[in-house]
Each structure stands twice: as structure tokens, then as C-alpha cells.
Write a new protein. Structure first.
Length: 142
């Protein structure tokens, strides 16, 4: 009677990226050497990024919003300061954490057209972080 040698099992077929089939063994372990991004040092490198700053003739106010890059925390305070040759005014609001930053919203400063076009800066202060934005010019129609 003839003997039959066992046949090795076929390589598994998996669906690859975008439905492209691949063949080969299915990995059963995670590689030990995985590429990752390096941690970001946010300490003194924190900065405030102004996302919106505009004056409304209807309300006579400057509205501003910003976020603090590299910081995710509740409990800080955001302050917007508008400065022109004629006036300087500030307003503050509580900051709030989102998924990847700290958000500065609801920053509203009363501003008259007679005060001219101001430079606006948004600052952030908490128990662990102090940061400030670059100057942003807000156009005011006279």
C-alpha cells in the first residue's frame, strides 16, 4: 500500500489595503521595534495661536478665539488685549481642554471705530503654563 505524505497547509490569504489581496503567513506577534514619533517637549515651547480676530461695526466689539498648542488642560485663563494709538482694552475668559489643545473662546472686547485698527494679542495663564500669541492686526473701518 502506498503512503501519502501530508501536504503543508496553504499560506493564508488576507485582504490588504484597498482590497488588494496579499498572501503569506498571518503575523501572530507584534514587532518589538516599532517606529513612533518622538515626544514633544511642550514646557517653554507652548504658544498661543490666534484662530480668529475681527471687529464688527454692528456690535462695536472685537471677537477673538485661539488655542494653546502643546497644552491640554482646564483651569487656565485666556486674555485678549487690543491696543491702538488711541486705546488699550482687555477681556478674559476661562480656557477649556479639547482633544489636543487648550481652547480660548468667547474673547470679546468693546471697541469703537474711533479707536482705530488695533493689534491684538492673546495670552494664556495657568498654574503650569504661561504663553502668548504673536500680534494680529484687526482692521476697523472708520
Amino acid at each position: 500500500m502506498p503512503t501519502i505524505a501530508p501536504t503543508p497547509p496553504p499560506a493564508a490569504t488576507t485582504s490588504g489595503v484597498y482590497g488588494v489581496s496579499t498572501t503569506g503567513p498571518i503575523p501572530t506577534s507584534v514587532p518589538g521595534d516599532v517606529a513612533t514619533d518622538r515626544p514633544v517637549d511642550v514646557g517653554s515651547g507652548s504658544r498661543v495661536v490666534v484662530t480668529y480676530a475681527a471687529w464688527s461695526s454692528d456690535t462695536g466689539k472685537i471677537d477673538a478665539s485661539a488655542y494653546v498648542a502643546g497644552v491640554v488642560e482646564d483651569g487656565g485663563t485666556c486674555t485678549v488685549t487690543a491696543t491702538s494709538a488711541a486705546a488699550t482694552r482687555s477681556a478674559s475668559s476661562a480656557a477649556s481642554a479639547d482633544a489636543t489643545t487648550t481652547v480660548c473662546a468667547d474673547l470679546v472686547v468693546p471697541w469703537s471705530a474711533a479707536d482705530g485698527s488695533p493689534s491684538v494679542v492673546v495670552g494664556y495663564q495657568s498654574a503650569t503654563t504661561s504663553a502668548q500669541s504673536d500680534l494680529t492686526t484687526v482692521e476697523v473701518d472708520r
